[in-house]
Ligand binder design. Structure first.
Ligand code: R5P
Length: 332
């Protein structure tokens, strides 16, 4: 889908405008990020009412005409995840019934992604249920960032574009000019991500051997690798209760790390996360804005925005341009 109208000082032949062809719709999960993406795209946010009826049910009305347009609904599945999920479903349904040309669910943070398989008897595969409902309610495609488990893409029979926050975070890390860094992953599951950072920074790699005791408790068993007297960069896809990353920071300091920077995509920051991070020996925490700040932030937090990345992806999708160009840039 290409813009079908052009507005320019020359009477309209050269400057493409997305005003008439793209609709960016925000739920209530993250209006600040939605506004930032809209600014990057140079369009206003779609006029939509997303409220609540007196009994708590969700009340939605799209006030702009969306017929035939390319609609992007920006709604991370962040806490309160169940509310945000149902809002997204109702927005998708609403747009489909209003004859939108194409509807893309933009989920900068994909909630329930840690429940992607039956790891014990009598448990749901919640990430699959998210996929089923999003497809069923009318999404034509999905755009997301750093899904906890990339194979969740296979739960969909519609296209899923999976972006990486690495270039955004890496730029911020490089600006810090960390001398001779060691990249550390807080668990073995994060080795692929840590290796990508280590390669980009020409850094060494170390691994924390972690065991999850419960949803909010972890036990740090060993550190594999050398951090004595070194500047450490710990990378992870998310901070939830903060146990994993605070545990990793604590063990690298105990092994003689000089400075400690944490870089994460999704700062969920639930339960005791802020207290744990405040108390941990990290000097700086870099996190993106895929999730809005709802709680008091940890003292070391610096936010880097994914708005330009999302806007670029939306622009490419709308113009039917390849996103793999974007991935190649991200993976370099
Ligand atoms: C684990 O596989 C993830 O990459 C994160 O390390 C984990 O989910 C973070 O959770 P928490 O902050 O509660 O330790």
């Amino acid at each position: 889908m290409r813009p079908d109208r052009f507005h320019g000082e020359d009477g309209g032949a050269s400057v493409p405008s997305y005003n008439d062809t793209i609709r960016l719709i925000s739920g209530t999960a993250h209006p600040v990020l939605a506004q930032a993406v809209a600014r990057e795209l140079g369009i206003p946010l779609c006029d939509a009412h997303v409220g609540r009826f007196p009994d708590g049910e969700i009340d939605i009305k799209i006030n702009d005409d969306v017929r035939g347009t390319d609609c992007f609904v920006l709604q991370p599945l962040s806490p309160p995840v169940n509310e945000n999920w149902v809002e997204l479903l109702l927005l998708l349904d609403c747009l489909k019934r209003a004859s939108a040309g194409r509807v893309t669910a933009v989920m900068p943070y994909y909630g329930y992604a840690r429940k992607d398989r039956k790891d014990e008897g009598r448990v749901p595969i919640s990430a699959k249920v998210v996929a089923n409902t999003i497809t069923r309610c009318g999404a034509d495609r999905v755009l997301t960032i750093d899904m906890h488990a990339a194979q969740i893409q296979g739960f969909y029979d519609i296209p899923v574009d999976h972006l990486y926050a690495k270039p955004v975070l890496l730029k911020a890390v490089q600006a810090m000019k960390i001398a001779d860094p060691v990249v550390v992953t807080p668990d073995v599951g994060g080795i692929k991500m840590a290796r990508a950072y280590a390669k980009a920074l020409a850094a060494d790699l170390a691994i924390v051997d972690k065991r999850r005791v419960s949803g909010s408790e972890i036990a740090v068993e060993h550190l594999i690798g050398e951090v004595e007297g070194r500047n450490v960069l710990i990378v992870d896809d998310m901070i939830s209760t903060g146990g994993s990353i605070a545990g990793a920071a604590t063990i690298v300091r105990a092994h003689g790390a000089k400075t400690i920077v944490l870089a994460v995509t999704h700062a969920v920051l639930c339960g005791p996360a802020v207290e744990r991070l405040d108390a941990c020996p990290a000097d700086t925490i870099l996190a993106t804005d895929t999730i809005p700040r709802r709680t008091k932030a940890p003292r070391q937090l610096q936010t880097v925005s994914v708005a330009p990345l999302l806007a670029r992806a939306i622009r490419n999708l709308h113009d039917s341009r390849s996103l793999s160009i974007l991935f190649e840039t991200l993976e370099d």
